[in-house]
Design a protein around this ligand. Sequence first.
Ligand code: ADP
Ligand code: MG
Length: 284
Amino acid sequence: MPTGSPRRTIVPVTTIDSTRADAPIATARGLVRTYGSGPTAVHALAGVDLDVQRGRLTATMGPSGSGKSTLMHCLAGLDRPTAGTVVVDGEEVSAMSERRLTRLRRDRIGFVFQAFNLVPTLTALENITLPLDIARRPVDRAHLDAVVQAVGLADRLHHKPGELSGGQQQRVACARALVTRPAVVFADEPTGNLDSTSAHEVLSFLRRSVDELGQSVVMVTHDPTAASYADRVLFLADGRIVDELADPTPDAVLERLGALTRRAAAGPSAGSAAASAAVPAEVR
Ligand code: ADP
Ligand code: MG
């Protein structure tokens, strides 16, 4: 059992009633992802236990290479863990066939990537409704209107991505992620390519999707200001969750990141130092 924060009570996946309104929307237990083998193996995730809260915005932070994207990909069924379990909305993702994974990603998961990943030949509106078209699902006009309204793109719907600013393109991508009413939206550095004004627009939208639409969102970011939009921040180091912060402010996030960096720089035992970081400062 990897070292977890004593402040987090991890309940075994099997005892979670995923239908309860307060049940986590996604859980990971003993999550390991190893790339390669032998002496050159990279342990991108070295044992992650995690409950993603339903109807909350969770941010994930950590140094480059700490496993943030790998964690996101394993939770979202884009990558398979080497060991451990992932459950999203009551379904065990880590045990799914490729076919079921494809369906899960299409129907239950929304994605927002740093590079927007819009289809350049389609209009904003066509990009937004693309997941529904692919799934041959009808467009719920009221929900579409609510999402379009929330991203503030009503007057840009017939423009192609090339005619939109970066911030507008990312808001289209956010709307596309939300239009299917996914169980959870995963956003990997959604503001990484944006100026601060556009970043604020995208983050405000993700925040509102949680507050007004009850969406569950997990977001990777390296920006303390972006993280401060979240309800909770998880800190990764060396493939493990080593710290977390509720109701973050940018300053509080910066301070925790600073502590992480200092521990990592402390020497060759950085791995175990990272693990001991799971112990709250007041009892260390
Ligand atoms: P982060 O998103 O926090 O920057 P990643 O999850 O992308 O980190 O990567 C975690 C570790 O796994 C890094 O050491 C990275 O080089 C390694 N890694 C990620 N993807 C692959 C891959 N496809 N093949 C080999 N190593 C990988
Ligand atoms: Mg990454």
